[in-house]
Ligand binder design. Structure first.
Ligand SMILES: [Zn+2]
Length: 222
């Protein structure tokens, strides 16, 4: 019978292996279709209803010295991607890039979902080290706080801007799907029009906003 044939069994193993490799590959790289189903900034912000309870607990978790290089924030997207594109930030400008295979090694993961799926990238300067994926202990504690079903909170590379500074993400060119991360004073108040808190860091166990995104599409407010 065919299923007792060693050659046939071997073929099945090969196919399993190929399928498994394919699955592993797919889990390390979010497809553009999946990226496009990520919530918008407003959707993610509105879904984060229990922030009064969660933010202090997350600030405690991310205060651990080994997790200080990570921020936590809203998993969201501003622009849809096309086949083969990733959203990459280079010199504080984020825009879609068509990724070659193998990808440019200077492009590293910048944002992960709570399930540790990479969804946005950044280009590091020569000599700069990529931040490793969130360690197991962080993922486990994060899930305990935000819940297994959470889809709106993930982990970002913490901005390294110094005291009292944060990122304010704003549109550069809608047609090119391009945004900029401006460095602004935390104490300087919000942008003149609507901005939404998008990421936080732990400042010695106290929650601090790390990034806001401008959520206004009026040309005179960009
Ligand atoms: Zn944003």
């Amino acid at each position: 019978m065919a299923n007792h044939d060693p050659f046939f069994s071997r073929r099945l193993l090969d196919l399993d292996y190929i399928y498994l490799s394919y699955c592993v590959y797919e889990t390390i790289k979010m497809t553009h279709q999946l990226y496009n189903t990520l919530p918008t900034l407003s959707e993610a912000s509105e879904a984060f209803t229990n922030r009064g309870e969660l933010l202090p607990r997350l600030a405690q978790l991310f205060a651990a010295p080994e997790y200080r290089k990570y921020a936590f924030g809203l998993v969201h997207h501003h622009y849809d991607l096309l086949l083969g594109e990733w959203m990459v930030t280079t010199d504080r400008i984020s825009a879609p890039e068509l990724i070659s295979s193998p990808p440019d090694p200077s492009i590293v993961v910048d944002r992960w979902t709570a399930q540790s799926e990479p969804f946005e990238y950044a280009r590091v300067s020569p000599g700069d080290q990529a931040l490793p994926p969130p360690p197991e202990g962080l993922l486990k504690s994060f899930e305990e706080i935000v819940g297994k079903e959470n889809k709106y909170l993930g982990m970002f590379t913490a901005p390294n801007l110094g005291l009292g500074k944060m990122y304010c993400e704003a549109i550069v060119d809608d047609a090119k799907r391009k945004q900029v991360l401006n460095v602004v004073d935390m104490a300087g108040g919000k942008e003149p029009c609507l901005s939404i808190d998008a990421a936080w860091v732990s400042d010695g166990g106290i929650v601090a906003v790390a990034q806001v995104c401008v959520n206004c599409r009026r040309a005179d407010h960009m």
